[in-house]
Design a protein around this ligand. Structure first.
Ligand code: AMP
Ligand code: ZN
Length: 110
């Protein structure tokens, strides 16, 4: 399930480069190109769904896998305090319509 015009599908297929941080069966994690905090990683399901709610209803296993991957990345990179956010819809600031979570933290692990 991919969308030919989707930038995150192109990152997943390797057509567009990204700095990969971690990956799992259903998701990949890579650095945000425009970081808002010292740590800013995007966690993205391999399957194309337009937002996190769509993913939750379509593929429960992929949703859980994505949350676990983001938590693992946060555990590895931060001191344990982090945000995990899912902008959903234009008015909430969503700009890429392939489901993704932002893992952000201002306190990298020493
Ligand atoms: P959102 O506003 O929640 O849809 O988040 C989309 C995020 O994707 C933004 O924080 C962008 O900086 C990020 N982004 C867009 N294109 C790329 C890219 N090619 N590689 C990494 N991050 C990207
Ligand atoms: Zn996509």
């Amino acid at each position: 399930m991919t969308n030919q015009d989707c930038i995150f599908c192109k990152i997943i297929s390797g057509d567009i480069p990204a700095t990969l941080v971690a990956e799992s069966e259903h998701a990949i994690a890579f650095n945000d190109i425009n970081p808002q905090q010292a740590i800013h990683v995007l966690v993205v399901p391999r399957e194309h769904h337009s937002n996190i709610a769509e993913l939750a209803f379509a593929n429960e296993a992929a949703l859980v896998d994505l949350i676990r991957l983001g938590s693992k990345v946060a555990d590895e990179l931060s001191t344990g305090s982090f945000r995990f956010t899912f902008n959903t819809g234009v008015d909430a600031g969503q700009t890429v319509f392939h489901a993704h979570g932002h893992v952000t933290s201002k306190t990298p692990k020493a």
